[in-house]
Design a protein around this ligand. Structure first.
Ligand SMILES: [Zn+2]
Length: 348
């Protein structure tokens, strides 16, 4: 079968193989036919050779961690043939650490977890794959065009789950949320904020293209100026740019008792002249919290499937700015300036 692979650590090794082996039954009892695979910055880093690990005993890693497929067969009866399904990316470490031991593998403490398409497990950019029932998430059948957004949605569900948990340290009635960055993660974070009834603000550099419109369609206020010129202090900030200046301004700008969730990864290496003492003073005197969030566990994936099923299908569809057939896979990994989410379509 066909599969998109890289040799981890070797830049430019992205290939479409025609003779990749069928998924072995040890991978899981549920056999799935691929529908689509979404592409994100992690894939581009793997292709550049910065990241990624092949499964033990092999050189090639099948890429792709944002999945959507249709069940071919499930002898366990968990899902029915034809059901839409996505695969949970991370598997718990074998030790396991205290968090993995209770299913909170998104909080793995020893780094020995594995991840489909990233770390030691084959990804989903292949025509067929298999899942164990506990890593298979069923989706509403009407999500066939947009269900590939489940993985990035699970990431923002986890972020909001932890915002809630931190908020419960005291009386917590947030009213305003600012999302910095209107990429797929930022817009999905804004979707969840709007589903929670918050007054939503989205900040991004883009002044044209689909981002302002997509934020507006959620009822969010769109800002394209500097964060330090906002005329309000958000109760919650979900930072999705990873841009160092925006990260620092978010920490300084949040309302008293506010929460800043850092969900964007910085590349590092950029030095900024910054008054760390003033930031410390603000965080302490205002009881503010800044925390990082990545990945998601089963609870978040199930809640993400629920959140997507409640969302407007055409709005979700607008996040997918390009659908590329598998035969033209390489172009999917060269996002254009107007792209939000690019997917490889396995059905054409
Ligand atoms: Zn662990």
């Amino acid at each position: 079968m066909r599969a998109v692979t890289v040799i981890p650590g070797v830049p430019g090794s992205l290939r479409l193989l025609d003779d990749y082996p069928e998924p072995p039954t040890e991978e899981g009892s549920i056999l799935v036919e691929a529908v689509a695979v979404g592409i994100c910055g992690t894939d581009l880093e793997i292709i550049e050779g910065q990241y990624g690990e092949a499964p033990p005993g092999t050189d090639h890693l099948v890429i792709g961690h944002e999945s959507l497929g249709r069940v071919i067969e499930d002898p366990t009866g968990t899902l029915q043939p034809g059901d839409l399904v996505a695969g949970i990316v991370r598997h718990p470490d074998p030790l396991p650490c205290p968090n993995c031991a209770v299913g909170e593998w998104d909080m793995c403490r020893n780094g020995m977890f594995t991840e489909h398409g990233i770390k030691a497990l084959p990804g989903f950019a292949r025509q067929r794959w298999r899942l164990q029932p506990r890593f298979a998430v069923g989706l509403d059948p009407t999500l066939d065009e947009v269900g590939v957004l489940l993985e990035p949605t699970s990431v923002v569900v986890k972020a909001w789950d932890h915002i809630d948990r931190i908020g419960r340290r005291a009386e917590w009635q947030p009213r305003t949320a600012l999302i910095t960055g209107a990429g797929p993660i930022g817009l999905l974070a804004a979707l969840l904020a709007s589903q929670r009834g918050l007054s939503v603000h989205v900040l991004d550099l883009a002044t044209e293209g689909p981002k302002p419109e997509l934020a507006g369609a959620l009822g969010a206020t769109y800002h394209s100026g500097p964060l330090d010129q906002l005329d309000f202090e958000p109760d919650v900030i979900v930072e999705c740019t990873g841009a160092p200046v925006v990260v620092l301004e978010a920490m300084c700008r949040v309302a008293p008792t506010g929460i800043v969730c850092l969900a964007g990864v910085s590349s590092g290496g950029r030095i900024i002249d910054f008054d760390a003492g003033a930031l410390n003073r603000t965080l302490v005197l205002e009881n503010n919290v800044v925390f990082g969030s990545v990945n998601a566990n089963r609870r978040h994936w199930d809640a993400a499937a629920e959140a997507l099923s409640r969302a407007d299908r055409s709005w979700l569809g607008s996040l997918i700015t390009r659908r590329v057939p598998l035969s033209e896979y390489a172009s999917a990994y060269s996002p254009g300036p107007q792209d939000i989410k690019v997917v490889i379509d396995f059905t054409v």
